[in-house]
Design a protein around this ligand. Structure first.
Ligand code: PRP
Ligand code: URA
Length: 208
């Protein structure tokens, strides 16, 4: 699908298989999510602009790069927290924003309950992270909130997406690219992604 990158790497497929497995305990689930975030972040940040700098090695001066733009990682609570550490290993100086949102499980509509977006978002490369893109409601609303706060360069990164969620997000925000480890078969009648991995927040935090 246009505007959607499905990261094709055997190491990521292996990690996703661990995450899908219903017998994976939550400690392993959480660690594996961080490892997957490293690979997803590496791919999603491919387009970051370099700024040329001069480095002095022990022997001579040579050209090097630093990141030209500030990176913001914005987690959709709760489950998005599971991807933050992996992103911060790649860009330790990134600022982290939080958007509190839960899905009303009957109407499957997102309900916002918290917002903390660091200042300077207008000029940042903003990576919105949430492992699951199901109906797309949460992602669409999160990005709308970021745009209202002034964000102009937004990327959406998830682990598992439903085709319905990809379509909804791209329709609402055609300027936002999606990076994911998989686009699964479908959403079921209760709004779960099939085959999916179940409830990502519950599996990260050991709640259910
Ligand atoms: C999950 C997930 C997304 C949302 C996806 O969160 O982490 O935020 O559902 O569904 P959607 O695309 O249909 O909006 P959930 O509401 O379960 O909250 P949690 O992260 O607190 O568990
Ligand atoms: N949220 C999840 O955590 N899992 C799904 O399958 C759909 C939404």
């Amino acid at each position: 699908m246009d505007g959607v990158t499905v990261v094709d790497h055997v190491l990521l497929r292996r990690l996703l298989s661990i995450l899908r497995d219903k017998d994976t305990p939550h400690r392993v689930f959480r660690e594996t999510m961080t490892d997957a975030a490293l690979i997803l972040g590496y791919e999603a940040m491919r387009g970051l602009r370099p700024a040329e700098v001069e480095i002095e090695t022990p022997l001579e001066r040579t050209p090097g790069v630093r990141l030209a733009d500030e990176v913001f990682v914005v987690a959709i609570l709760r489950a998005g927290l599971g991807l933050v550490d992996g992103f911060l290993r790649l860009v330790p100086e990134a600022r982290v924003g939080h958007l509190g949102m839960y899905r009303d499980e009957e109407a499957l509509r997102p309900v916002g309950y918290y917002e903390n977006i660091p200042s300077g978002v207008e000029d940042a490369e903003v990576f919105v992270v949430d492992p699951m893109l199901a109906t797309g409601g949460s992602g669409v609303q999160a990005i709308a909130r970021l745009k209202r706060a002034g964000a102009r360069r937004i990327h959406f990164v998830c682990l598992v997406a439903a085709p319905e969620g990809c379509r909804a997000l791209r329709e609402a925000h055609p300027d936002v690219h999606i990076t994911t480890a998989a686009v699964d078969r479908e959403l079921d009648e209760t709004g779960y992604i099939r085959p999916g991995l179940g409830d990502a927040g519950d599996r990260i935090f050991g709640t259910d």
